[in-house]
Design a protein around this ligand. Structure first.
Ligand SMILES: C[S@@+](CC[C@H](N)C(=O)[O-])C[C@H]1O[C@@H](n2cnc3c(N)ncnc32)[C@H](O)[C@@H]1O
Length: 251
């Protein structure tokens, strides 16, 4: 059984300053709230409280560093893991899990727990096949990150576990306020900033020597105009499908 202590190490290290760089994006929040529907919400892997609607009555998060960044007004949070939710069967109308399943040590058990404690489940994750074959950071600069992505419990794992779930695309606005991996698809200079990369686990957990070399290549391509020529189409767009997906199951 995964323990709270065993789960905290990663975000106790990379979660410092998370709340400043991972500000929930209002457009993505609207899509999440619509998918949750009416009634009480439990947020699992809740971090600093992003995307918790007012109807959130409880949150679960293993990392003390993340818990400490929750606003005083946020729903009460329990230090626990998705794989062993300390709640009764069907206690909540909906359970929410945003960009967290890929960190769970036993994703199948965590997803079963979401089903056990709620009538409706909403999971935000991403389609690795779509993302790794199209996103310019991975394709042009960091194929090593794409290799790592293949083993993560993202859309493939969630859809295989819940084959009846509905899957909706979540387009990413060009000025997305939540600094996750794809957020800066039209603001390439952002990836050059070390603090920005620390708030993106897909970069922060890679060999930093590789990441720094890749960022030097990106810096060069930005300086000499190569990036702008190669990605001129992106500069015209207001939002982009980067492979992020909302998985919705239940009543
Ligand atoms: C990328 S953050 C997302 C946080 C928040 N949902 C958000 O959208 O900002 C991933 C979170 O999952 C948490 N986490 C890691 N392992 C977990 C587990 N087994 N159960 C629940 N949460 C976990 C991490 O501590 C971290 O806060």
């Amino acid at each position: 059984m995964p323990t709270v202590a065993g789960m905290t190490a990663v975000y106790d290290r990379i979660g410092v300053g998370y709340a400043e760089l991972r500000v929930p994006d209002p457009r993505i929040a609207r899509q999440i709230v619509a998918a949750l529907g009416p009634g009480t919400v439990l947020n699992v892997g809740a971090g600093t409280g992003s995307y918790e609607p007012d109807s959130t009555v409880a949150a679960v998060e293993p990392s003390p560093v993340m818990l400490a960044q929750r606003p005083a007004s946020a729903a009460p949070a329990v230090r626990a893991v998705a794989e062993a939710l300390p709640f009764a069967d069907q206690q909540f109308d909906a359970a929410l899990a945003v960009l967290t399943t890929h960190h769970w040590s036993d994703p199948a058990k965590g997803l079963d727990e979401l089903r056990r404690v709620s009538r409706r489940q909403v999971v935000l994750t991403w389609d690795q096949d779509f993302w790794t074959s199209r996103f310019w950071v991975l394709v042009d600069y960091l194929p090593e990150a794409a290799d790592r992505e293949q083993d993560l419990a993202a859309l493939r794992a969630v859809s295989e576990h819940w084959p009846d779930a509905k899957v909706e695309p979540v387009p990413i606005p060009h000025d997305c306020t939540d600094g996750f991996f794809a957020a800066y698809w039209r603001r390439p200079e952002a990836y050059l900033v070390p603090a920005v990369r620390t708030a993106i686990s897909g970069l922060a957990l890679l060999d930093q020597g590789l990441v720094e070399q890749a960022m030097l290549r990106l810096e060069q391509d930005l300086a000499d105009g190569t990036w702008a020529i190669r990605h001129a189409d992106l500069l015209e767009r207001g939002s982009l499908d980067c492979g992020y997906r909302l998985v919705v199951l239940g009543d």
